[in-house]
Design a binder for this molecule. Structure first.
Ligand SMILES: CCCCCCCCCCCCCCCC(=O)SCCNC(=O)CCNC(=O)[C@H](O)C(C)(C)COP(=O)(O)OP(=O)(O)OC[C@H]1O[C@@H](n2cnc3c(N)ncnc32)[C@H](O)[C@@H]1OP(=O)(O)O
Length: 296
């Protein structure tokens, strides 16, 4: 077998997730998949396909993986965790041409939605965040529920890209004025960038936080943009760890929504980050635009 070469041309750096031991002791590891000299997992990744733009996609179509130019020679491709066509991979995103940053229709953040740092999405392989669920109309005041990081109800699967644990519950009505409003995505970080320390990138964490806060703001006020985001990184996030993000609306002042969040490990024992964000409502209803301050 020829030596493994990373996308950056650095040999013998087994960055493939199949070869990285689990960073979190309690998270079961993925099955070890032997490297294939034709396809050391890297070509299975849409990022790698992008990196080799002149490599035509293989034909005929009877491939295990149309994303992988080496797939016909690679018996491992169907089992590569990076392959969107692999049975163990993330469900493919429906073919939507573009995912708006802020959807026109507010969504219920209780639907499984986010694939953080997933290179698997055919929607946008380079996008750190992919939308995996259809959008559902919802009242901006729709009640959401709070799920504690400690909740035994959390079916966290370290193999899934994300489980979003905010089922709609009449038990916990979300008021825009509520100091604690609930939005709790559960996200395992997976490595997509080779040759980096096995810690989650701060920018990726920021993306997670921005998207989560933005989703909560979206549920409360419709179209929003981030005006300010402030993050305190308190403890490193190991790759492959599973996280809980608890977001809450602190206050609302006219078009301004002040939100905060805590990023925990799956057990709710380590606080990895705290953040606050200011989101500005876009195209507010006329009464809001006139009167303004519904907050404190
Ligand atoms: C996990 C599950 C996933 C599910 C999957 C869902 C997918 C769906 C995800 C949706 C969630 C997307 C979340 C990402 C959202 C972005 O990342 S958006 C992209 C990043 N943000 C931007 O590009 C914004 C760029 N900036 C701007 O457009 C404008 O500067 C702004 C922010 C809209 C403000 O401009 P403006 O509308 O003219 O408002 P302006 O009068 O200047 O300011 C309004 C008020 O805000 C204040 N303000 C404005 N900026 C600031 C600031 N930086 N600091 C403090 N105060 C400020 C002003 O002082 C003013 O206050 P008041 O005088 O009214 O008291």
């Amino acid at each position: 077998m020829s030596p493994v070469v990373s996308p950056l041309g650095v040999p013998n750096v087994p960055w493939c997730p199949s070869h990285i031991p689990p960073a979190v002791p309690n998270v079961p590891s993925e099955p070890i998949v032997p490297f294939c000299p034709q396809c050391p997992c890297v070509p299975c990744c849409p990022l790698a396909v992008r990196a080799v733009p002149n490599v035509p996609l293989p034909s005929p179509v009877s491939l295990c993986c149309p994303c992988c130019p080496h797939c016909p020679q690679c018996p491992q491709c169907p089992h590569c965790p990076r392959c969107p066509h692999c049975p163990c991979a993330v469900p493919a995103v429906p073919s939507v041409p573009n995912v708006p940053i802020v959807p026109d229709v507010p969504i219920v953040p209780s639907v499984p939605v986010l694939s953080l740092l997933s290179p698997l999405s055919p929607l946008s392989p380079l996008s750190p965040v992919s939308l995996l669920s259809p959008m559902s109309p919802v009242s901006p005041m729709s009640p959401l529920s709070l799920m504690s990081p400690m909740s035994p109800m959390s079916p966290v699967s370290p193999m899934s890209p994300l489980s979003l644990m905010s089922p709609v519950s009449p038990m916990s009505p979300l008021s825009p004025m509520s100091p604690v409003s609930p939005f709790v995505p559960i996200v395992p970080f997976v490595p997509i960038v080779p040759d980096v320390p096995r810690l989650a990138h701060g920018g990726a964490i920021a993306t997670l936080i921005d998207t989560s806060l933005g989703t909560l703001a979206l549920a409360v006020a419709g179209r929003v943009v981030t005006a300010n985001l402030s993050i305190d990184y308190l403890a490193p996030v190991p790759l492959r760890s599973v996280l809980l993000l608890e977001a809450f609306l602190q206050r609302r002042q006219g078009r301004k929504l002040f939100l905060g969040c805590d990023l925990w490990d799956a057990e709710g024992t380590t606080l990895h980050a705290k953040a606050t964000g200011l989101f500005i409502q876009q195209d507010p209803p006329k009464e809001a635009a006139r009167g303004g301050d519904s907050g404190r």
